[in-house]
Design a protein around this ligand. Structure first.
Ligand code: FES
Length: 322
């Protein structure tokens, strides 16, 4: 896997910023010469390279039939590592940004007889894109969307319009009015064969994983937008970079990504917490200690790839295709 070259990154103009809810803004990007953008499917995200040097991944929330724009919605989180604050407080309409091509670790199964989407807070962003696609395909769907209060719920106007057209399919829940959202009854009522998707805060995703553990894995889909596990930082792992013909040892407190970058190897990365998939590399030998939230359990067991930013090794040595 090579780092994306400058030519692989898209140079896009921030064409609009829109208020979506308290603390949530959407950001629309278009090509500088109004050319069509690389296509995407629901669940895809893009890496935004911010002017302050940060790179952050955000789910695309607009209709994937649109070829002329990418839209992401971002909640300003004062406790985050600064990406959302930089987006809200420093970006201005008209600015040019480098944007990675869309990648997708949260695909929608378009053939499912029924799709049930569960969103918590800003986790609505990939779901809104999925919903527009399911509507266009004429598929059966239901949405459960929990937010702290109605003032914090993004896309509320659009969802209410959809609900008016399709009564009984959009279920809104506001914790401040109804108490904490309980996933259990929703999951108990899932019809056999339904595919279920969840994106939201950590406690919601952990409950979702627990409550869907007995369902066929192919019908259960989730996306984390914050780290689930702490990164492997014990160090001591020897990493052979097969194409570069280098061997590096990961120091205690460092990640494999740190060691690879320190060795002068240019690899892509973005979130640095195992949620975006940018730093995925092919493992040629050795057994990774997977700490990411991108690979499925089956993919983790196959040990074919790993995320450099957070995963370590169970074996003393790893050989990577770098
Ligand atoms: S940088 Fe995002 S998963 Fe590693």
């Amino acid at each position: 896997m090579q780092a994306p070259s400058e030519s692989e990154l898209l140079q896009l103009r921030l064409s609009a910023i829109r208020w979506e809810a308290d603390g949530v803004q959407s950001f629309e990007f278009r090509d500088v010469a109004d050319r069509a953008l690389p296509g995407f499917l629901p669940g895809a995200h893009v890496d935004l390279h911010l002017p302050n040097g940060m790179s952050r991944s955000y789910s695309l929330c607009n209709d994937c039939a649109e070829t002329d724009r990418y839209v992401v919605a971002v909640a300003r989180d004062a406790k985050s590592r600064g990406g959302s604050i930089a987006m809200h407080d420093t970006l201005r309409v008209g600015q040019l940004l480098k944007v990675g091509r869309p990648r997708n670790h949260f695909p929608l199964d378009e053939e499912a007889a029924k799709s049930v989407l569960i969103a918590g807070g800003i986790g609505i962003t990939p779901m809104w894109c999925m919903l527009q696609r399911l509507q266009a395909l004429g598929r059966d769907w239901e949405l459960f969307y929990a937010a702290r209060g109605r003032q914090n719920a993004a896309f509320l106007r659009e969802l209410r319009a959809l609900s008016a057209q399709h009564p009984g399919r959009v279920h809104l829940h506001f914790d401040q009015e109804q108490g904490l959202f309980d996933l259990a009854p929703v999951l108990r009522a899932l019809p056999a064969g339904a595919h279920v998707y969840c994106c939201g805060p950590l406690p919601m995703l952990e409950a979702f994983e627990r409550l869907t553990a007995d369902r066929p894995p192919a019908q259960v889909h989730l996306e984390y937008f914050q780290a689930k596990d702490a990164p492997a930082a014990a160090g001591g792992v020897q990493v052979e970079l097969s194409r570069s013909k280098k061997v590096v040892t990961v120091a205690e407190g460092k990640t494999v990504l740190d060691a690879v970058l320190d060795a002068g190897i240019d690899v892509p990365y973005s979130c640095m917490e195992g949620i975006c998939g940018s730093c995925e590399v092919v493992v040629l030998e050795g057994e990774p200690d997977h700490r990411d939230s991108v690979l499925s359990d089956q993919q983790k067991r196959s040990n074919k790839t790993m995320m450099l930013c957070c995963s370590g090794a169970r074996s003393a040595r790893l050989v990577l295709d770098l």
